[in-house]
Design a protein around this ligand. Sequence first.
Ligand SMILES: [Zn+2]
Length: 223
Amino acid sequence: IDINLRQLTLYDGRKVRRVRTRFMEALSLKAYAEELQRKYPKRWRYNLRILNRIRSLHRRARNIVVDWCRKFAKYIVLKARKTGSAIVLEDLEKLWQTRSQSDSKLAWKLSRFAYRKLQLAIITKAIEYQVPIIFVNPRSTSKACPRCGSELRYWHRLGICPVCGYKRDRDVIGAINIYQRALKGMCGVLGYPVNGSGMKDETRQTAPTIDEGMKITSIYISL
Ligand SMILES: [Zn+2]
């Protein structure tokens, strides 16, 4: 299980789409900042020039992530509103799942930061534009075959189903599986159930509701 900072994966029931992120740019700035800290192991704390350099690299990295998340959130939420879709995300619980040994500490930290920022940006925009969000359980979203439900075997990032022969990239499998989880309704919709009739209080009446025929788009962020 490797972090894929390069892209995230969208699935709308028909097509899979990959969206390139700018997180790798941020990662390289942060890697450079760490390199400076290693190069001047003691001096970097006291030398103002080096310290400012390091701080500016971290700030630029942070801004790249935050800006990109905002732009993507606006794009995806406006698109969902136009097509009358709900957006499917994984529950934040995913952040506490175990990390892979092969990922560097820096990539791991940045991916968690980016993941949180992206979720928050999408939720904020979705509330602003009244687009429903469906949260699904993130547990083993890339482990089961989307076609037959058997446990997949992985060869690097490629998941292969030993039963039906289904073969796809790990991110695609994740995006399809969370889409299907949302469809099956194994989820809560911002605190109210799918087709939440019988809701009487005012806050819920104004909130976006999920219809049976509603389209959904899942956003899979590989962690
Ligand atoms: Zn299968």
